[in-house]
Design a protein around this ligand. Structure first.
Ligand code: FES
Length: 176
């Protein structure tokens, strides 16, 4: 998206991308003696709302805060907790930490990849699942562990994966 027009028109276009609420939050941040130092807080707010940061969103933030988009995208790519691509509705975190690895997490991972046809870091084409790896989910006694959004699945075996995934497919069907 190209932001063009008067200052007011550009502000309106940017707020259309980011929502009025985020626009108002940025206005508040700009009153701070060091608004640039609040850039990360603003990016968090945008990601919390949309789930990721697109180029248009970063561009809109840049226009509203008076910061070059290149600088914003530099910040967004530096910190791993910012997502630059939209994640799936269900984010599967497979723990590949030592305890989970010893208890067969690789086999569980292989089964998830086989069932969904995606690798770590990818999202299914229907936008339903994103597969990520974790290095320890803090529940080593329950290894191997798979987390799907806020649901923890303890002591998972590869054989259980189709059934676990099926519960999320069913959840989706019941919503349509
Ligand atoms: S190593 Fe997997 S939960 Fe700690």
């Amino acid at each position: 998206m190209v932001f063009i027009g008067t200052k007011e028109e550009i502000k309106k276009q940017a707020e259309e991308v980011l929502t009025k609420e985020i626009g108002a939050y940025i206005e508040k941040c700009k009153k701070d003696p060091h608004p640039d130092s609040l850039l990360i807080a603003v990016l968090h707010k945008v990601q919390d709302h949309f789930g990721f940061l697109s180029h248009d969103m970063m561009d809109a933030v840049g226009h509203l805060m008076g910061i070059p988009t290149a600088k914003i995208s530099g910040v967004a790519t530096f910190y791993h907790y910012f997502n630059l691509v939209k994640k799936g509705k269900y984010v599967i975190s497979i723990c590949l930490g030592t305890a989970c690895h010893v208890k067969g997490a690789d086999k569980v991972l292989g089964k998830i990849e086989e069932e969904l046809g995606i690798k770590i870091g990818e999202t299914t084409t229907d936008g339903l699942f994103t597969l990520e790896e974790a290095r320890c989910l803090g529940t080593c006694a329950l290894a191997p562990v798979v987390k799907i959004n806020d649901d923890m699945h303890p002591q998972v075996t590869a054989d259980q994966i189709p059934k676990i995934l099926e519960t999320y497919f069913k959840k989706e069907k019941s919503l349509t």
